[in-house]
Design a protein around this ligand. Structure first.
Ligand code: GUN
Length: 284
């Protein structure tokens, strides 16, 4: 069996259309244009690409976008002041501080400083806590996008054995909670996990976010599993590949995401969804 491809670019552009429509409706009703501020500290090349893509997506959908680019030498105090100013800025409904930050900065303190209602990354302990309690508000964008991709398959996830490979705060941990909300039985794996391949062989839903090119072998995938690859890695020859050996995995899976054109565009689409949601919450 060859898997059906879950087309993240197509799903994301459908979401962009819905957002554009809702933004126009808000403005026609005299409500504010949703605004997103993205803060980039330093010169990380991958982060620069992500920030540019976020800006373009905002422009396409009518969301106001403000890019704040700061020097590598920015201090914690200066960054906190910028967050404080954005928290009280009425043009801004969503604040995203791009990670990774330079090593001398403490990301936890920055995350906690963002107003929970403007926390479009969904990383503030308030928003994480709501997700833990099963009443999410602003949800981390990548796991939220993965859920939309899983929903697009039409498969009922209730009772499925799901595995999350990678336990980062950005993807793995919130993904575990999202899969639990879908009534999956969830296993989460990390660097100290033993017998990873055996655990994957038993899983009906496989989500991988480890940042290690083709580390997950296609032959480990259970026949008929749904496979989501969050990884995006550039090989020395310039090719982009995921964390899963796609060509072999796709012959065993029922549904699989490609890299590129899979989870990446959905993460940005969900950032726009969250910005619109934040604008609605701040209206109240
Ligand atoms: N860097 C990589 N992914 C993300 C993300 O989802 N949010 C932020 N703020 N930084 C990131």
């Amino acid at each position: 069996m060859s898997a059906q491809i879950i087309d993240g670019s197509k799903l994301a552009s459908q979401i962009h259309e819905q957002i554009s429509k809702q933004v126009q409706e808000r403005i026609a009703q005299g409500l504010s244009r949703p605004g997103l501020a993205v803060v980039l500290v330093g010169e990380d090349p991958a982060s620069k690409v992500y920030v540019r893509n976020k800006h373009r997506a905002c422009e396409k959908t009518g969301i106001y976008s403000r890019q704040i680019e700061l020097s590598e030498k920015t201090t914690q105090k200066e960054l906190l002041k910028i967050v404080d100013d954005l928290n009280s800025d009425p043009e801004i409904h969503g604040i995203l501080v791009q990670f990774p930050l330079p090593k001398h900065l403490d990301p936890k303190e920055i995350i906690e400083r963002i107003h929970p209602k403007k926390d479009v990354d969904g990383f503030h302990p308030y928003n994480v806590g709501r997700l833990v309690q099963g009443m999410p508000t602003l949800r981390p964008c990548t796991p939220y996008g993965v859920i939309k991709m899983l929903e697009s398959t039409g498969v009922d996830l209730t009772g499925k054995d799901a595995i999350m490979v990678g336990a980062s705060t950005v993807v793995g941990r919130p993904m575990l909670l999202e899969l639990l909300l879908k009534n999956c039985t969830v296993t989460i794996c990390h660097k100290a996990t033993q017998n990873l391949s055996e655990k994957i062989r038993r899983s009906e839903v496989v989500v991988v976010a480890i940042g290690n090119p083709e580390f997950i072998k296609g032959e480990w995938i259970k026949e008929g599993a749904i496979v989501i690859d969050v990884g995006i890695n550039r090989l020395p020859d310039g090719r982009l590949v995921g964390d899963i050996e796609f060509d072999v995995a796709k012959e065993r899976a029922s549904f699989i995401t490609p890299v590129p054109g899979g989870v990446g565009p959905m993460t940005i689409a969900m950032l726009l969804v969250n910005t619109l949601e934040a604008a609605k919450m701040l209206d109240e």
